[in-house]
Ligand binder design. Structure first.
Ligand SMILES: Cc1cc2nc3c(=O)[nH]c(=O)nc-3n(C[C@H](O)[C@H](O)[C@H](O)COP(=O)(O)OP(=O)(O)OC[C@H]3O[C@@H](n4cnc5c(N)ncnc54)[C@H](O)[C@@H]3O)c2cc1C
Length: 259
């Protein structure tokens, strides 16, 4: 069965996943590998809900994007630790290899990129501009990975806003994809607090001017996937429209945080 059909069949499913590996991705985030025997496969951009149940029955659930793409029952997540958060500190500091957790998904049909050659959906129009901040890069990484594995010729650009070099998620994989990917991938890192020694670009939050300079121009009619904290997403989406991108070409996913 095609991944898309399997996802449709299991869209509202509950699953139990076992943690098979976990390691710090950056000083504040952790990559968690799960084996989920009933998982229908990973579409790039999808997410799931994790539900935790305390011994007294109290439950909390939060959404996490899939860093993994493609078929199979292996699921990769990367969780950023929110100070004073309810769920993320547990996932980063306490969840252990061998633990089993409840998962609901895969979810998120709107924020999905499929390689055009698979024929599983209307081909994603070319080119594709990915724009993410912080952990918002997780579903975008899954798209980059799917693009690299599909080897299709869609032009991809990833504009990734991150506080400093040690907080870059997926650094080695992104650099390898930008270097070796059969289809073109341009990686634009935008450091908000501190860049590497001698970094030639300005340090600071994204501005409308930087966005105009780095993003695929509206004349090329890119599909845009935009993901990150709510204030970042809302500001960038507004600028994209002001710059001439059609609103229906912008797919946005808000991770939370004060607006
Ligand atoms: C579709 C979707 C996919 C997501 N994917 C990921 C992912 O791949 N990795 C990941 O780390 N997180 C992801 N998130 C965010 C995640 O669901 C939680 O919101 C986050 O882990 C904080 O949960 P918490 O229980 O620790 O904090 P909470 O107890 O819920 O909140 C603590 C405080 O942090 C603020 N806050 C919550 N989330 C954010 C945020 N993203 N940015 C800034 N402030 C915030 C809240 O406003 C609150 O003040 C995703 C969210 C959505 C909706």
């Amino acid at each position: 069965m095609r991944v898309a059909d399997r996802l449709a069949a299991h869209r509202t499913g509950w699953h139990v996943g076992e943690v098979v590996a976990a390691a710090m991705e950056t000083p504040l985030s952790r990559r968690i590998e799960l084996e989920v025997p009933t998982w229908p496969g990973n579409e790039a951009g999808a997410h799931l809900d994790i539900r935790l149940t305390a011994p007294d029955g109290y439950q909390a659930s939060r959404a996490y994007s899939l860093a993994s793409s493609g078929p199979g029952t292996h699921v990769t997540l990367v969780v950023d630790r929110m100070e004073y958060g309810e769920v993320s500190p547990f996932l980063v500091d306490e969840l252990a290899v061998g633990d089993r957790i409840e998962l609901h998904g895969p979810l998120g049909a709107f924020f999905i990129w499929r390689p055009p050659m698979t024929g599983t959906a209307p081909a994603a129009p070319m080119p594709v501009q990915l724009i993410g901040a912080g952990s918002g890069v997780v579903p975008l990484f899954a798209m980059v990975d799917a693009h690299a594995h599909a080897g299709d010729a869609t032009e991809f650009r990833l504009l990734y806003s991150v506080r400093d070099p040690e907080h870059v998620f997926f650094r080695a994989e992104l650099e390898a994809a930008a270097r070796d990917c059969p289809g073109p991938l341009r990686l634009d890192l935008l450091y908000t607090r501190q860049g590497p020694e001698g970094w030639p670009a300005p340090i600071g939050r994204i501005t409308r001017e930087r966005l105009a300079e780095l993003a695929i121009p509206p004349a090329d009619d890119p599909t845009i996937f935009l993901c990150g904290p709510t204030p970042f997403v809302e500001m960038v989406a507004m600028w994209l429209v002001e710059l001439g991108h059609a609103p229906e070409r912008i797919r946005a996913e808000r991770f939370g945080g004060a607006a």
